[in-house]
Design a protein around this ligand. Structure first.
Ligand SMILES: Cc1cc2nc3c(=O)[nH]c(=O)nc-3n(C[C@H](O)[C@H](O)[C@H](O)COP(=O)(O)O)c2cc1C
Length: 436
């Protein structure tokens, strides 16, 4: 399918033309006079130091689905702060989603009352926090600063991209329910969609003798359980109102963790992953799994992977993908799914740089087909061809703004054989995950 669509077509149906796995979160804000509540699709951690979450809201009337969130954005812009929060699936979450669906943006300020739920102020800003939330990210507008190379970052706390305005919010504190922080409950998150291809998916035999030795290995499983043996230990400063609260140092330089393990995200945040493909300068294909990838705008449709450029440690070593995207101004964005061969390929390609393995894609076990725009991985069901229309320097990561020019979908993705995705994490005290 060629993109972008016409505004007339979008007015009739502005659903995403193909699937991209995104989590949903709830956002509240307060400017001292008014409070506001919205839901946001695809909130994404886009930078590590400073620790920044990006939230994108529609500012144009495209269709009934995509309409302006002007009132919410007005309160957000005058309050300059937010609480991004997560409720466990169930009647309370359903109620909040209903309220957001039923009460229009012009009356966003009445939504909180309409939920009938108790709230309390966040610790580091005025945004209301649902007492029922199991996890809360408190954040304020990112302030202008300099990155580790002395280059300016965040001259403005938001940018306009097509139909949407994208806000950069620096995380100031995290609250995690004490039953999760200290047991017995855990968070279950299935970070990739489930899907069963109907035909051969074209993978290769992987050699056991690959250059992964002597380096830091970033583990990966799409069946994420937090906390668990493979995740970071959540280090709270205090417990208040049943929540284990961790405050982040106000300056990015004081947040920096050089140790590869400690530099991981300090707590769970729901994200998925895309496979970003590029042709390298020498004509070889490259592949980079990218968890910080999100859809930022609907018209034109813009997909934004965030690629590390900082040399803090091995975990965040500058990516070969960075220079190839900059050079070609193009990338492919493929949607992975739960399948052993694909997850193994992600583990390999997500730990080895093209700089140390020119046969990285073949060694990951995936076949590539020649496609001029960007390498096409026939095993993967959905491919977006993206053209770089800009890049944003965020501190440790560069956010590439990739306008979708073409979408390819395998013909065995169909109404009879859909990709299954659940945008909410589940909380369970029993140790058994129940995915819907
Ligand atoms: C699941 C997963 C998600 C990742 N997400 C990101 C990300 O969001 N940004 C980033 O810069 N690197 C991310 N990485 C690490 C890169 O994929 C990895 O450094 C890769 O080897 C870079 O390849 P290149 O140097 O050939 O471009 C991720 C790795 C995995 C396994």
């Amino acid at each position: 399918m060629e993109m972008p669509e016409s505004l007339e077509d979008l007015a009739l149906d502005s659903r995403w033309p193909a699937f991209f796995p995104s989590a949903i979160s709830l956002v509240t804000t307060c400017d001292g006079k008014h409070t506001a509540l919205e839901k946001v699709v695809g909130a994404s951690i886009v930078n590590r130091f400073p620790y920044v979450v990006a939230l994108s809201f529609c500012k144009q009337a495209i269709s009934q689905r995509h309409h302006s969130r002007a009132s919410f954005m007005e309160v957000l812009e005058s309050g300059e702060c937010a609480a991004i929060q997560f409720l466990a699936p169930g009647p309370i979450l359903s109620r909040v989603m209903e309220v957001i669906g039923e009460i229009p943006d012009e009356r966003t300020q009445t939504r909180l009352d309409a939920t009938g739920l108790k709230t309390r102020p966040a610790h580091t800003n005025r945004s209301p926090v649902f007492s029922e939330a199991y996890m809360v990210y408190e954040a304020r507008f990112a302030k202008p600063g300099k990155d580790f190379e002395g280059q300016p970052i965040y001259p403005t706390p938001w940018i306009d991209i097509g139909s949407h305005r994208v806000y950069f919010l620096e995380i100031t504190a995290i609250q995690l329910h004490q039953d999760i922080a200290g047991g017995p409950s855990r968070i279950y998150w299935r970070s990739l969609p489930a899907w069963a291809p109907r035909s051969e998916i074209m993978t290769r035999q992987v050699s056991q003798d690959l250059p992964l030795a002597n380096q830091y290995i970033k583990g990966y499983t799409p069946h994420y359980v937090f906390p668990s043996g493979g995740t970071i230990a959540y280090e709270a400063d205090t417990i208040v109102d049943g929540m284990a609260v961790k405050c982040l140092p106000p300056l990015a330089v004081d947040q920096v963790e050089v140790d590869n393990d400690r530099a991981r995200w300090p707590c769970f945040f729901p994200s998925s992953a895309a496979l970003i493909t590029t042709w390298m300068e020498d004509g070889c294909p490259n592949l980079m799994p990218c968890g910080s990838t999100t859809v930022l705008s609907r018209h034109p449709m813009v997909i934004a992977p965030c690629v590390s450029y900082s040399a803090i440690n091995q975990r965040y070593a500058p990516r070969a993908t960075l220079s190839s995207i900059r050079q070609s101004k193009r990338f492919g964005c493929a949607v992975p799914y739960i399948h052993d061969a694909i997850v193994n390929a992600m583990r390999y390609a997500g730990n080895i740089s093209f700089a140390s393995d020119r046969d990285k894609v073949a060694n990951s076990g995936l076949e590539v087909s020649r496609h001029e725009w960007a390498p096409l991985l026939p095993a993967l069901p959905i491919h977006y061809d993206c053209e770089v229309i800009g890049e944003v320097r965020l501190g440790t990561h560069i956010m590439f703004l990739g306008e979708v020019r073409r979408i390819r979908v395998r013909d065995d993705v169909s109404v009879d054989n859909p990709m299954e995705w659940y945008p909410w994490a589940e909380i369970d005290a029993s140790g058994a995950a129940t995915y819907k």
